[in-house]
Design a protein around this ligand. Structure first.
Ligand code: PGA
Length: 252
């Protein structure tokens, strides 16, 4: 059985004070339960302090982005080794906001995925279609292209230490959640692609759902056989909202 991962993507939110309060609320309220893990992904400047606060707790820390380069003249970028140095175990790559607002190509996302793994971190590869793409009936094609860029560069075995997040762009930050059935259909499609390549990886790879996931809808999504957790934006910014999802995961 795959464990469930509940990951908070704080995006560009927080402050030293607010983060410390959020982390103590999360750590104090982590539900008892086996087979699930909690992760928070703060902005770069706070990674070290959040990781220090999380040390010894059940909460892991990840970054929201990473450079595909190792070091050198890349002003404003953060190297993979720097993230692992300050305690990151995971890094989100290819979030739709990075793809659409910062022009990250699938090839660049694949390079970031590999760079994260080379530094010993687990990449969380985000894939997802826009509303236009869904309405045009091209959802599966879009997801396949996003996955293929990484599969071609890194190979299927690389997904033995990676997480996938299916995040329909139309559901991110909109309050509109994919129904459990819509999400399950896409998760099944993604896992099916891996089944054709490597049965062991297909069975083990965690596929998270992201897009307006919250306490009220988490249980229905997590009950689906191919949904192995969530990548949570808005509802990860308040301890009680994030913990409501963690409780749903613990009871799953
Ligand atoms: P949301 O964001 O939960 O606010 O929709 C999810 C994400 O962007 O990862």
């Amino acid at each position: 059985m795959r464990d469930i991962l509940v990951a908070g993507n704080w995006k560009m939110n927080g402050s030293s004070t607010a983060n410390a309060e959020l982390m103590s609320g999360i750590i104090a309220g982590v539900p008892e339960g086996s087979g699930f893990s909690l992760l928070v992904c703060p902005p770069f400047p706070y990674l070290a302090s959040v990781a220090a606060q999380a040390a010894g707790s059940a909460v892991s820390v990840g970054a929201q982005n990473v450079s595909e380069h190792q070091k050198g003249a890349f002003t404003g970028e953060v190297a993979p080794s720097m993230l692992s140095d300050v305690g990151c175990e995971y890094v989100i790559v290819g979030h739709s906001e990075r793809r659409s607002l910062y022009g990250e190509s699938s090839a660049q996302v694949a390079a970031k995925f590999q760079a994260a793994q080379a530094a010993g971190m687990t990449p969380i590869l985000c894939v997802g279609e826009t509303l236009e793409e869904r309405e045009a009936g091209t959802t599966e094609k879009v997801i396949d292209e996003q996955l293929d860029a990484v599969l071609d560069a890194a190979g299927v075995e690389a997904f033995g230490t990676a997480v996938i997040a299916y995040e329909p762009v139309w559901a991110i930050g909109t309050g509109v959640t994919a129904t459990p059935e819509q999400a399950q259909d896409m998760h099944r499609h993604i896992r099916g692609r891996f089944e054709a390549l490597n049965a062991d990886i297909a069975a083990s790879v965690q596929i998270l759902y992201g897009g307006s996931m919250k306490g009220e809808n988490a249980a229905g999504l997590l009950a689906k056989p191919d949904i192995d957790g969530g990548l949570i934006g808005g509802a990860s910014l308040k301890a009680e909202d994030f913990l409501a999802i963690a409780h749903a995961a613990a009871q799953n």
